[in-house]
Write a protein that binds this ligand. Structure first.
Ligand code: ADP
Ligand code: MG
Length: 569
């Protein structure tokens, strides 16, 4: 027997030997023994309360480290529950491996327990979806799953394991031996394209750099900081591109976003797609004549939505360095006294004045701006911020700064709500291992928190000191309005009058801490918020919940453009 190995152990050892460190999941038949084999192989197994959250946690590890984590689920419903998460990872271009148990092969077709076409169902949400044909071939498919998840444009792999294959023992000598996947190849740019890009920049009057989450994933921070500082270029981060160059940097023109996009005559686009998040790159949000220099490792992405003037295939870190070298050899830099900088600085200042009025208004019921400003004042500047919700995420993004790359995780390209707590669990585990003492702040709208609120128990179980801040306006977008509230109080039928966007007024999410014999914080005023944040920062071995009741009618400051509606298609 000593020279035999079962499928569970072969799989666990294969994952471990490919460098997979973390597994997030929910176990049941037929993967309980597999989860134990994974622990025995030395992997971190983290049990979650909802498969979606497990899937979000696994992909956050992919974004933070560039290495895939596993999301482990049971057959049928277990796997179906992670498709939202798989789609989210795939669309964000993050690596992840999903492993699903499935019903024993001799039960297939005759109504097996939780039987469904798992490999086919998973296929649209991943780059590789397969059931290894025999336990002895598991290492081959694990290697391919890791390779496809991380090479080229990162994404998701799905591996399917019928219960009988996991429990089957095979002679050790029959198990295939596969070497470890080398790190993804680094793509170098075409020098002619780099020269074209430099020419466009040196001829432009109003250049702009856009930093996307591809730059964060590609660890291009020092190359981008060099380029921006040496050439004095203004830059705009996308939501998860924040922190690649610090939000506090003098060259960050995020507060002048509309003007920067609209007026730039040359845009260096690093690892960001011209999709809805960047208004499709089209007028009226972009200058119709802007020359776009698009840098991406995925050639299929080029010229999507609008034609780029120069498309450079390559790794951002390398391309950025090559462009800088070309510009430096010409001693080119944007003069600080240019009319472009004057315009941008003016807009940044104007925005600061508008926002400072909202911040100064600390009368309860509180508005978003003053809440985020005071949170920002107290949280460590190197914290990882996970955030979701509609206004909470959008307004929070403008006031909660990131000074480091890969320190913001949010609803992302797919606009997925429910990601926050799973992301926070993964981030806190990452901190424990790679950045002890660093804090994770999870800033949630009340609706967003509801999608995966039970993961507070996961945080408690693993002693993760995540600070959950629920910005509570009693609903989705706007909360309950006063008339509806009064009508229900006076006896109206709630099913007739409650707006679909409404949630129960003043839910005491903070009381969830009493599940663990602890106390949360309920805040209606700024001093209460300040006290709660300070106290929560002292807690090092459990999550905290700060529930902030804000004005249900609080909104964004007036916007020059309507969200999504104004791109000329
Ligand atoms: P954002 O949401 O910040 O706009 P997107 O997810 O739309 O960013 O775009 C990220 C892009 O970055 C993807 O097109 C992806 O192919 C690309 N990308 C990821 N890593 C790298 C890298 N190391 N070098 C170049 N491009 C990359
Ligand atoms: Mg809300």
């Amino acid at each position: 027997m000593g020279d035999e190995m079962d499928g569970n152990t072969i799989l666990a050892e294969a994952l471990k030997s490919q460098g997979v460190e973390y597994v997030f999941g929910i176990v049941g038949i037929p993967v309980i023994e597999l989860s134990m084999a994974m622990q025995a192989a030395g992997m971190h197994y983290v049990g979650c309360r909802n498969e979606q959250a497990a899937c979000y946690a696994a992909q956050a590890i992919g974004f933070l480290t560039g290495k895939p984590a596993v999301c482990l689920v049971v057959s049928g419903p277990g796997l179906l529950h992670v498709f939202g998460g798989m789609a989210n990872a795939q669309i964000n271009c993050w690596p992840m491996i999903v492993i699903g148990g499935s019903c024993p092969q001799d039960h297939e077709g005759i109504g097996g327990f939780q039987e469904c076409h798992q490999v086919e169902l998973a296929r649209p949400y991943c780059k590789y979806s397969v059931r290894p044909p025999h336990p002895k071939l598991i290492p081959t498919h694990v290697e391919k799953a890791v390779r496809l998840a991380t090479y080229g444009r990162p994404g998701v792999s799905y591996l399917d394991f019928p219960g009988n294959m996991l429990s089957m023992s095979v002679p050790l000598a029959d198990v295939c031996v596969v070497s470890k996947v080398p790190p993804p190849p680094v793509a170098f740019p075409d020098p002619a394209k780099v020269r074209e890009a430099a020419l466009i920049l040196t001829q432009s009057k109003r250049p702009l750099v856009i930093i996307g989450k591809g730059a964060a994933y590609g660890k291009a921070e020092s190359a981008l900081q060099d380029l921006i500082h040496t050439c004095n270029l203004p830059f705009l981060p996308t939501p998860m591109g924040k922190g690649v160059v610090s939000d506090m940097d003098d060259n960050c023109v995020a507060p002048a976003r509309s003007a920067a996009l609209q007026k730039a005559d040359a845009i260096l686009l690093f690892g960001a797609r011209l999709n809805w998040m960047l208004h499709f790159g089209r007028p009226p949000r972009f200058n119709p004549n802007v020359k776009i220099i698009q840098v991406d490792l995925c050639a299929e992405e080029f010229h999507n939505s609008r034609a780029s003037t120069v498309a450079i295939q390559g790794d951002i870190k390398i391309v950025c360095g090559s462009i800088l070298q070309e510009l430096s050899s010409q001693r080119w830099k944007l003069p600080p006294s240019s009319s472009w900088w004057d315009l941008l600085k003016g807009k940044v200042q104007g925005n600061k004045t508008t926002v400072s009025k909202m911040i100064a208004d600390i009368r309860p019921p509180l508005n978003y701006y003053t809440v985020f400003h005071h949170i920002q004042e107290l949280i460590p500047k190197d914290a990882i911020i996970c955030s979701e919700g509609a206004n909470t995420m959008d307004i929070g993004r403008t006031l909660l700064s990131n000074t480091l790359p890969r320190h913001r995780l949010d609803a992302g390209t797919f606009g997925t709500m429910g990601v926050g707590l799973g992301f926070a669990v993964a981030s806190a585990l990452w901190c424990q291992k790679y950045a002890p003492g660093k804090r994770v702040i999870c800033v949630e709208g009340d609706s967003a928190f509801g999608f995966s609120g039970m993961e507070v128990e996961t945080m408690f179980r693993y002693k993760l000191p995540i600070i959950i801040i629920v910005v509570n306006n009693n609903g989705i977008y706007g909360g309950f309005d006063q008339d509806t509230y009064n009508a229900i109080r006076d006896g109206a039928d709630p099913t007739q009058v409650t707006p679909p966007t409404a949630l129960t007024v003043r839910v005491r999410y903070d009381n969830m801490m009493s599940l663990f014999g602890k106390k949360g914080f309920f805040c209606k005023t700024i001093p209460e918020v300040q006290e709660a944040v300070k106290e929560s920062l002292k807690v090092l071995d459990s999550p905290s919940i700060i529930n902030i009741a804000i004005n249900p009618a609080a909104d964004r400051k007036p916007q020059p453009f309507n969200w999504l509606t104004e791109s000329k298609l």
